[in-house]
Design a binder for this molecule. Sequence first.
Ligand code: PD2
Ligand code: ZN
Length: 277
Amino acid sequence: MPTLDPAWQAWLAENIQRGCSVDSMVAAMEGGGFRRADALAAIETALNPVAEAAPQADYRYDAMPIPADNRIDVGDREVQVLLRCEQPQLVVFADFLSLEECDEMMRRSHDKLVRSTTVNPQTGQEDVIARRTSQGTFFARGEDEFITRLERRAARLMQWPVENGEGLQVLRYEVGGEYRPHFDYFPPTQAGSALHLARGGQRVATLIIYLNDVAGGGETIFPDVGLSVTPRKGGAVYFRYCNGEGQLDPLSLHGGAPVVDGEKWIMTKWVRQGRYG
Ligand code: PD2
Ligand code: ZN
């Protein structure tokens, strides 16, 4: 297989991170002059996080920033802790958002949702992917009072500064929609990561907030530890994968299982080592 140049490596990393389907990436790579077999092999290599993660098998778990209480005061409400896991560091919450706040986020996102696309590095154009897995939209940090309130709450829960957070992202999955297992951190060995790391440093933790109850499927899965979190409206799952030394936790591999019935709406907050933006 020919080696991928840094532009294609960055392109693959970006599109895998965004949950694009293998079919759409193969099609784009064929359009860019790759043979089908070479495209598939390159995608397979990029998707194989086990090899990527191996050097970090000695990940050291330092103290979790989330308070040790069963109910956590986040300023304007109290959040319940339902489950804690030490390795990977993970906490499941109920009542992070009120039901009305979930509805408000879905209402605000509905008209802004756009189909996932892949950026074609040859043409620079956005190609719509054939097998859509989700639709999404972003909210700029501090966009308005409502968003600011939710960001302050997330920062208080995660014990991480608002300034280190990326903007909130809302995703909607329909039946069959999924997010293949991946890491939220930027793989240090991939060329495309440098661009991301230059702004705010590495991602250190994720808070996935469930905006609706899902009729079937759609769990957030951690395949290496056999854990799955069932979406529950207003609830959330936090997980941390970058410690104070900058090591990355291979056990944080996670994905969104296919939705079997109904829709799944989530909101994601990713936080960085340093100030972002
Ligand atoms: O939708 C999910 O459950 C999910 C799974 C994996 C979301 C993310 N990753 C993410 O937003 O990073
Ligand atoms: Zn993720």
